[in-house]
Write a protein that binds this ligand. Sequence first.
Ligand code: 13P
Length: 237
Amino acid sequence: MIIASNLKTNLTREKTISYIKDVENFIQKISSNQEVFVFPAMSSLNSQASRIIQGAQNAYATNNGAFTGEIGVEQLEEFGIKTILLGHSERRHILGETQTEIVKKFNFYKNLGFKIIYCVGEPLEVREQGTNMMMKYLELQYEGVDTKYKNLIIAYEPVWAIGTGLTPTLEDISNIHLKLKEKSNAALLYGGSVKANTAKDILACNGVDGVLVGSGALDVKNFCNMIQTAQNIDTNN
Ligand code: 13P
């Protein structure tokens, strides 16, 4: 399964290095064969990660150049990074990234062969309009995206579930994932208030191939706990 930690704008460089080291030691200790990703803040990227896949939370569609405040391929390459998170709801809704801008980044990093974790998800007011409206909204977030790209992972993250402690019911997660799976064969993660004590049920849902976790993974013990949970599910299957 795929277990991913999005550290967002949290942890210093020193704390991130120690976080990744703890995760890697844990993976070794339990001989985990889960696919584990960590997305550190830009200033905390480091090139020492080996057992986890380190990804960028964002980058501009450029090798380098005059784009104040952005980083490009040249900066990612310094850390051996070949994985990027795109379309996250915080970038769409707080930082105002449009679908057109996201697709531009998608195509740029796809052409470089990057692994792309592409996020989709609906806000509460859309969810409240019912399943059909929700699916229509989600469909727009697939527009322009190559859903057959071999290095694509999709993450379904309802905006109203991110950082709120709220989650859809397990039945809803499963139903939505199965609908989204009709659009792409890519692995499909669930994200939005996943916690160490809810990961087991969520990971066991039909159509869920892994989780993308924010606040619930900030404490490294909780994140390791989720890796263990995924490992147990795989071992028992
Ligand atoms: P939370 O786990 O804090 O809800 O965040 C989820 C998320 O946005 C992961 O990308």
